[in-house]
Design a binder for this molecule. Structure first.
Ligand code: NAP
Length: 514
């Protein structure tokens, strides 16, 4: 299932399974524990030979932990269990499974007791694997106190760690790390993936995410009004390319990019677009940058722009060019100048075309957010902003730092998309595509090799190229972001990736849609 649920939605699905279907919670917990043990044995074939340390919390996640510990014990494993809290606070299904575990000869130690803490250090150092069943999706506040100290110790011990449902400390709803979180090698999640599994920074702590069935019916997990999903390219609405097409069938993209010394940005934007199949591409660039550009771009046309006093091309030349564009891409390598803001806002008001703003175009409109939002609301065509976290921070006039944006990527992207009524692509690991109506997709392709100059220019071109061909905005953004990352994956993970290395892969990936 591509949808990513919140903890409240998951609790509701649990409740309906228990109350409407009549499957008792204690059985769901047994199923959950059994599935985790199955995965653990698959992933760790020598599980019998290594000491296993199970960490449990007070709530239902801890209850799953007691089932796991009991089943491992009964299979002949060497298991130690630590409770992050007091045994006399346990209740409900977790208490039942605690009692069953003890009834089977299991021992639960409390981390609040000094002698047990010393034992904790010993057992941690000998453990072959750690099972984290402390908070799961039940985390409601930052981790503090003894848990904070022990989580840090556990992470430093760097043992293979299997997280039950969600690494403790990661918010299931936002992917934020609340205080500190455990680093998992595997996360076994129940029934459906949660937002935190795919949203950074938390996603980086999940390791391999393995979804298992515990008896919750699919109909309780299908929440039509909920719009947060993984960005998988399998359900996109895409226009057909007919055999009797000509170049006029696939639209004309106008790119306004480049400046003296930043010609490459314009070239990469154009090449990214051309690899997606628009009929025509014209690159408008200042006259003094055009010569460098021409040598590298054979298939695109160019439009020399006059320069104003600051070396920035003016909008009137574009408006008077007579180009019947179908989409606009504005920003890569434009440089900075006071005249840019007015020029971009004028273009967006006068040309109601799908438009992608990136890089210097984002910097130019940063101080004019309210006006941009007003223009966007008055347009029929989608307006797309593609910031990285630093540009995102600047769009908000620095009121939110790039680090803060990174701590809640999904939340901030959804907020700005709603407030400005734009489509937002917040770039970075797990690129977030946020729609003005509250839907969002979290991308999974790509790697750190993309964090280099030129990569974003290429993405702008890819998205704009698809829009030019009449792709619906959702499809253009989702396919564009997915392809950009998948092309990087095809080149292999690691540094030294050139944006231009992606170009041959883009054509291959694009062909799945005709
Ligand atoms: N039937 C089942 O098998 C079943 C059903 C539902 C859930 N689950 C499992 O339980 C997990 C969460 O379930 P839930 O939503 O029902 O929540 P819950 O486990 O009932 O409640 C969350 C628990 O975590 C504690 N907690 C949260 N944040 C904490 C923090 N920062 N420091 C210390 N304690 C903290 C809470 O303590 P306070 O009470 O002090 O706030 C509470 O004990 C799931 O991930 C899943 O693994 C299993």
């Amino acid at each position: 299932m591509a949808k990513l649920l919140t903890s409240a939605q998951m609790r509701e699905a649990d409740r309906r399974t228990i109350e409407e279907l009549g499957l008792p919670g204690v059985v769901l917990m047994e199923n959950a524990g059994a599935q985790v043990v199955k995965v653990l044995k698959q992933r760790l074939p020598d599980w019998r030979k290594v000491p296993i340390l199970v960490l449990a919390g007070h709530g239902n996640n801890g209850g799953d932990g007691f089932v796991i510990a009991r089943r491992l014990l009964q299979s002949g494993a060497r298991v130690s269990v630590f409770l992050f809290g007091q045994c006399d606070r346990l209740q409900g299904d977790a208490l039942t499974h605690f009692q069953v575990f003890e009834g089977c000869g299991g021992l639960v130690r409390e981390v609040g007791i000094a002698t047990d803490l010393q034992r904790f250090d010993q057992l941690l150092s000998h453990a072959g694997v750690v099972v984290d069943a402390v908070f799961g999706t039940g985390l409601t506040r930052p981790v503090e106190g003894v848990a904070l100290q022990l989580f840090d110790k556990i992470n430093r011990a760097a043992k293979p760690l299997l997280a039950v449902d969600m690494p403790s400390g990661v918010s299931a709803d936002t992917g934020q790390i609340l205080g500190i979180a455990l680093q998992a090698q595997w996360t076994v999640t129940f029934a459906a993936e949660k937002i935190g599994h795919r949203t950074y920074p938390g996603a980086a702590l999940c390791g391999e995410v393995i979804r298992v069935d515990i008896g919750i019916p699919a109909r309780y997990l299908d929440i039509p009004e909920h719009g947060i999903a993984r960005n998988l390219p399998d359900d996109l609405q895409v226009p057909q390319r007919h055999p009797d097409s000509h170049k006029g069938s696939f639209g004309h993209l106008l790119i306004w990019a480049g400046s003296l010394g930043k010609e490459g940005a314009a070239v990469l934007t154009a090449l990214g677009a051309l690899r997606t199949g628009p009929g025509l591409v014209t690159v408008a660039t200042p006259a003094n940058a055009r010569a460098a550009l021409l040598g590298q771009l054979t298939e695109a046309m160019s439009l020399p722009l006059p320069e104003d006093a600051e070396g920035v091309a003016v909008a009137s030349a574009l408006l008077e060019s007579g180009i019947a564009a179908d989409a606009l891409a504005i920003g890569p390598g434009l440089g900075r100048g006071a005249a840019l803001t007015e020029a971009i806002l004028t273009l967006l008001s006068r040309w109601d075309l799908p438009a992608v703003l990136d890089a210097d175009a984002l910097n130019a409109v940063a101080a004019a957010g309210h006006r941009l939002a007003g223009i966007s609301r008055g347009r029929q065509s989608p307006l797309i902003l593609t910031p990285h976290p630093g540009e995102f921070s600047r769009l908000l006039s620095g009121a939110i730092s790039a680090a803060a944006v990174q701590s809640d990527r999904l939340g901030y992207a959804l907020q700005l998309a709603h407030d400005w009524q734009v489509w937002l692509v917040l770039k970075g690991a797990g690129t977030v595509i946020a729609a003005p109506d509250g839907r969002a997709w979290i991308n999974e392709t790509g790697h750190h090799g993309l964090a280099a100059g030129g990569s974003g220019d290429l993405l702008t071109g890819i998205i704009a190229g698809l829009l030019t061909q009449g792709w619906p905005v959702e499809s253009a953004l989702r396919a564009g972001v997915w392809m950009h990352g998948a092309a990087a994956d095809a080149e292999g993970v690691g540094a030294g990736l050139l944006a231009s290395d992606l170009l041959p892969h883009l054509r291959r990936l694009r062909r799945q849609w005709g």
